[in-house]
Design a protein around this ligand. Sequence first.
Ligand code: KIV
Ligand code: ZN
Length: 553
Amino acid sequence: MLSQPSQQYRPYPPIELPDRRWPQRVLSAPPVWCSVDLRDGNQALAVPMNVSQKLELFDALVRCGFKEIEVGFPSASNTEFAFNRTLIEKGHIPDDVTIQVLVQAREDLIEKTCESLMGAKRVIIHLYNSTSPAQRRVVFGKTKAEIKDMAVRGAEMIRERIGRLAGTDVRLQYSPESFSATEVEFAKEISEAVMGVWEPTAERRMILNLPDTVEVAMPNVYADQIEWMGRNIRDRESLIISLHTHNDRGTGVAATELGLLAGADRVEGTLFGNGERTGNLDIVTVAMNLYMHGIHPGLDFSNLNALRGVYERCTGMSVPPRQPYAGELVFTAFSGSHQDAIKKGLAEWEGKGCEGVWDVPYLTIDPGDVGREYREVIRVNSQSGKGGVAYLLESEFGIDLPKDMQREFGPIANDAVDRLGREVSGVELKGMFWDEYVGRESPWRLNHFHADGVDGVFRCRASLEREGVELQATGEGNGPIAAFVQALVAAGAPEFAVASYREHDLGSGSGASAIAYIQIRCEDGRTRWGAAVDTNIELAGVKAVVSALNRVD
Ligand code: KIV
Ligand code: ZN
């Protein structure tokens, strides 16, 4: 890197807009959405989608509720052209969905584009040419006037051909490509020149798309550019102002949100931000950001995992694990303190009957709203604490450890996970729990137990093994467990007493079993937990005593 970057790079000059209004505004309604997955997204793929992949993605976009979908650049390749024809001729386009096509200001391309649209019900013809100083100088070698003339000629060529699309509802869109790097005065001038040809009205508006083709500034600058255009362009009411951001500086979402505050009506973007270089705007994020503020975006992402699957299959791209809302890990907490807070927050939410205002720590929305499961929220690695361990045992296996036992088992599990040096599954955690408690059969093992109670006095007989040697023992107490404790001590176990006892069912059905947790206190004051499972609740308790005793060293 340069020691003096200012020798090579310059800050983007601010827009002169001292009374900017967008910072005071709040969003209260969704914009019109337009997916550009099948065009901008597709153009960015090493291997562009074929017709059947485009069809699968198109259908998925329709199911999400997109009413405007840019389906391609039909003059660019046979596949693109064929895709349009398939969509139209095979009746894939619902009546309320408008397909959009992109074209440059060249007669042969416009001709082919119009041909590809024959028979469609609703279309948007999207004309673009690039307008920034670098594009004018480097790519076109043209003056501003010549660039403007290109746009006007393109607009005229389209206007001349609209009549051929009889029976088709044709709407028009113009993009001064590289708008955000263009002087706002020139962007206004060229856009107004196109408006002069297309003559939009408040009843028949044209779409003026103002692309952040390459992010060159902070998102507040883009917002200023959008507000400036909205306030200075003539006949604003005859325009639908559209945003189209890319993500070069990592702020495509922010630029779009601020652009909406600045008065834009429409947003173009792609699922999960696929697109050239760092990608297009991730439309899922903007839509879900509105949703988490209580505004329904008008798009349905209730099954983001399935959508992600279609996207990955069709584009060959993958969604990173930390992609907002859709990534594998975005609703997951590994850290113990986060897990604890989430566990308590979810318990509170469930306690309220899962109704009211969502306010669960660390979770911006209910993962269930986008088809994610609570079970993926808490995952356990060496950073996790007792809360996460307990949550997983409870949510996956219904093992509801007493609080005090969580304090005992948490560090045991944590050490084991630390030794493994990786994340562990719920099944593995259960295995650790079994090894530590339920499966402990040494030095003591219970082979048979029987207890009878008369007038509140219980007598028991137990067949035991101690380090493999069989023993018979009897005892008496005010309950079967108390009687068993006496029998054990009589058989040579160290003196101990039951300090705590809990039990609950594990699942339902005829083979249902119960789990008992018992804490014992030894003479020297040390405590140990034990746990056991049995179809007979009394036996589960008795076996839990053996489990706890086997953990005394
Ligand atoms: O990024 C861009 O500017 C574009 C235009 C063609 C709208 O994709
Ligand atoms: Zn783009």
